[in-house]
Write a protein that binds this ligand. Structure first.
Ligand SMILES: [Mn+2]
Length: 431
């Protein structure tokens, strides 16, 4: 039997939420704890192979001393316990980045099997004496845009073979935690066309006939759809933003005479959740409070909570502006959440009126209203302005949102004093 612990995109030293120290600290601590738990599991369960599926480092900044020491500690404990270690480079931490940071030397020092270029095969022996092979490749200079799977050798019958790749398997079906319910997908979850590094298909994977394929790149943990396709994304080790909801951890795969089994282990102490709440314009702030408490009941745990409140009216908005801290504290205490982020998706009455006036900005808004994605960014900015906190983008560098935000912020800069002054913009008395 071969036992494999497989973890994915850690993105250590990422730059998300640098402007939010408290959240930054929570994410860092959660990720460190998850890594320690993964190593501890591998050691305690005497696994044969520990797979780092790429983007272990974020690549945006220098590798911190803290990360370096965490990695060294992990590698040292694994080596000490006789666990083989495989490391593939991703689009965020390609070979050249590892070298520039001197991390290649660290990996070599611990006898890590590094996959940082064209496909290669390594033959290993499990603890029970059974031989197995790992076949993999990695990103070299920057993100690999070609489908390198075409160069992977097909399995030789009778030899247990594990494939490694950091890329984008298209045309799959999302099955969270290996579960049965799924949603049909074109692109892998969370990826946009420009994120399609190492693009490949299910049939490319199937052609290889491998016993197991350990994937990295997509931040959602799931099994690629298909009974004859034992391919798994490990997901991010800790959810890196509000978009990465649900539990996070690593896969424990077993390859034996009885076939292959995989179990997802939740290792991240922190979990992101989004709670949606629909309110009607007549509601008072107190009613909103009560509804929130009801929705959040029985959701205790160490969460990063993002509330999406639909239909908030101007009255509540103004009240929230003065009472946001109290509300956040109340919610935080009620659910024991690590942090609560409030998000308001709404179309305030005044803006609807603006839109009706046919004013230039209204015409602009009207065009925007036809674009749902834009709407998300727009109202996020609007709500944040309304509540008196700064626009920080979506936390992961979505340039298109930033462009939209700039347009909107410029417009808001002009409009805001009038809105806050209680004057209607446009309407009858325009001079
Ligand atoms: Mn990646």
């Amino acid at each position: 039997m071969v036992q494999i612990l497989h973890l994915g995109d850690c993105h250590f030293d990422d730059a998300y939420y640098l402007n939010r120290p408290e959240r930054r600290r929570l994410l860092d601590e959660s990720r460190e704890q998850a890594l320690r738990a993964a190593v501890e599991t591998a050691v305690n369960r005497q696994v044969d192979l520990f797979v780092w599926a790429g983007d272990v480092l974020d690549g945006e900044r220098r590798v911190s001393l803290k990360t370096r020491s965490l990695l060294e500690q992990a590698l040292s404990e694994l080596k000490e316990a006789g666990v083989e270690i495989a490391w593939m480079t991703g689009n965020h931490d390609p070979k050249c980045y590892l070298e520039s940071q001197g991390l290649d030397q660290l990996l070599h020092a611990y006898g890590v099997h590094i996959f940082d270029g064209p496909v290669r095969t390594v033959g290993l022996t499990a603890r029970d004496g059974s031989p197995y092979k790992i076949v993999g490749s990695g990103h070299e200079e920057k993100g690999l845009m070609e489908n390198r799977l075409k160069t992977y050798p097909v399995k030789v019958e009778g030899v247990v073979t594990i494939g490694l790749l950091h890329g984008s398997v298209q045309g799959g079906t999302l099955q969270p935690d290996g579960g049965q319910s799924g949603e049909s997908l074109g692109l892998p979850p969370g990826l946009k066309p420009e994120d399609l590094y190492f693009p490949c298909s299910k049939s490319d994977l199937r052609r290889l006939g491998y016993d197991l394929i350990c994937l990295g790149h997509v931040h959602v943990p799931y099994k690629i759809d298909g009974a004859d396709l034992p391919a798994y994304y490990a997901g991010s080790l800790t959810g890196l933003s509000h978009k990465e909801t649900g539990s996070r951890g690593a896969w424990l795969h077993r390859l034996g005479h009885g076939g292959q089994t995989s179990t997802f282990l939740t290792l991240s102490p922190l979990e992101w959740r989004t709670v949606a709440l629909d309110v009607t314009p007549e509601w008072s702030l107190e009613q909103l409070n009560e509804a929130l408490q009801a929705v959040l009941k029985n959701r205790a745990g160490q969460l990063m909570l993002r509330l999406s409140i639909n239909g908030v009216n101007d009255k509540i908005l103004t009240a929230l502006r003065h009472d946001q801290e109290t509300l956040r504290d109340r919610i935080g205490n009620a659910v024991e959440a690590a942090e609560v982020e409030l998000r308001f998706d709404m179309v305030p009455e005044r803006v609807l009126e603006l839109q009706r006036t046919g004013d230039t900005f209204a015409a602009h808004l009207s065009r925007c209203l036809e674009n749902p994605e834009f709407m998300g960014a727009v109202w996020s900015v609007y709500a944040q302005r309304a509540l008196g906190f700064e626009y920080e983008g979506e936390g992961d560098g979505h340039e298109e949102n930033e462009d939209h935000a700039q347009v909107l912020q410029a417009a808001l800069h002009d409009l805001w004093p009038r809105w806050m002054g209680g004057q209607r913009y446009g309407g009858g008395g325009r001079s």
